[in-house]
Design a protein around this ligand. Structure first.
Ligand SMILES: *[C@@H]1O[C@H](CO)[C@@H](O)[C@H](O)[C@H]1NC(C)=O
Ligand SMILES: *[C@@H]1O[C@H](CO)[C@@H](O)[C@H](O)[C@H]1NC(C)=O
Ligand SMILES: [Zn+2]
Length: 351
């Protein structure tokens, strides 16, 4: 059973960027009918200047699009020519970036990791090492693979003994989605520290393989250079980066991906053309027959997506997957009031 969680919060952080987003505007576009949805889809696919933060789909009531100051007029004219309703939700996205909080982690003090701000890659990696030192019986540091810039994809395994089935958690494959690693580290912390009987049972009943940042090069780039960086950092011709989430050897380039290296959803030259996906997939294959559940965390949108992404035909255990997912999302809404939709891509995104 494989799930993708789209996490909801977007709190944008304090990049020390050489590349700034001054006066970039975030538009909120209200889609009224299928024609407008299709128009926005074709605009997204044909014009890389407009950065779509979520996909134009009829079911979601709006899409957010980031536009540079020089393209704003043209963008508004395009929308007006099709009678598409829009409002400007943020005049200057750099203000929001400047308000993001980047926190300091103190090596050797796991209590200095909190969840009211974001941490850089070396802090997250140091925290993982500190967890292994604090819980030596239970936590093991693992390496899921290697990046283009030769960094380790560092993670941890939580295991309370031999013979357990496995759950795999993966975050940060799209580097700019900082809430994703933060969510994965939050869950990790709960599994290790929460005294609730249900949480302890989940923590102890499975082997947990957890990789908070599966695109380390991109994550660093999003901190130090371009806050909105989504891909890895491998140069491809005059462009840089492959969308690692579009590079897996499963229905490669079938839907929702691009063959244009200028784009943010560029799928790469071939399935597993990227060191990150190739090495992580080899790690996965080495434990593959143990895995009961795989969760990939993204932002943003409030959806739990279950397989398959390429067809409306359900997977063999579709009803179980959907029921488990719906119960999980129900528990979330009871606790936080957030409503997540559960289903396949065909059911949730394309409707
Ligand atoms: C990451 O953050 C820590 C503090 O939490 C800081 O000491 C360190 O210099 C930062 N690393 C980089 C590469 O910016
Ligand atoms: C969808 O992907 C699954 C998993 O790779 C594959 O078994 C199935 O044949 C694909 N279906 C279609 C319609 O492409
Ligand atoms: Zn994503």
């Amino acid at each position: 059973m494989w799930f993708i969680i789209l996490s909801l919060v977007l709190i944008v952080p304090n990049a020390l960027s050489e590349f700034r987003f001054d006066n970039y505007a975030l538009y909120k576009i209200i889609l009224k009918d299928v024609d407008q949805v299709n128009f926005l889809k074709s605009l997204r696919d044909s014009d890389a200047r407009f950065d779509f933060w979520n996909d134009p789909v009829a079911l979601s009531s709006y899409v957010n699009v980031l536009t540079s100051p020089k393209d704003r007029n043209e963008f508004e004219n395009i929308l007006k020519s099709k009678d598409v309703e829009f409002e400007i939700s943020t005049e200057n996205i750099q203000d929001a970036i400047d308000r993001e909080v980047i926190k300091t982690y103190t090596r050797g003090n796991i209590k200095s990791m909190t969840w009211d701000g974001y941490y850089n890659l070396s802090s997250i990696n140091a925290w993982i090492d500190d967890l292994a030192a604090t819980y030596p019986e239970v936590v093991e540091v693992i390496t899921g693979g290697t990046t283009y810039e030769d960094r380790a994809i560092k993670g941890l395994k939580i295991s309370h003994g031999e013979g357990r089935r496995a759950i795999f958690l993966e975050g940060g494959i799209h580097s700019r989605e900082w809430i994703s690693p933060a969510t994965v580290t939050y869950i990790t912390n709960e599994l290790l520290t929460n005294d609730n009987e249900d949480i302890k049972a989940a923590a102890q009943g499975f082997d947990w393989y957890i990789f908070p940042v599966t695109n380390p090069d991109g994550y660093i780039w999003s901190f130090e250079n371009a806050r909105m960086w989504r891909k890895n950092r491998r140069p491809v011709g005059e462009h840089v980066g492959v969308d690692l989430n579009r590079n897996w050897d499963n229905n490669w380039m079938v839907v929702g991906a691009s063959s244009n290296p200028a784009r943010d959803d560029y799928a790469g030259t071939a399935p597993f053309s990227e060191p990150e996906t190739k090495s992580l997939s080899e790690f996965l294959a080495s434990i593959g027959d143990k895995i009961d559940m795989y969760l990939s965390f993204h932002s943003y949108g409030q959806m739990l997506l279950i397989p398959f992404g390429n067809t409306t035909a359900p997977l063999a255990n579709y009803h179980d997957a959907r029921n488990i997912g719906a119960r999980g999302m129900g528990a979330l809404s009871v606790k936080y009031g957030t409503l997540y939709r559960t289903g396949t891509i065909a059911e949730t995104i394309c409707k």
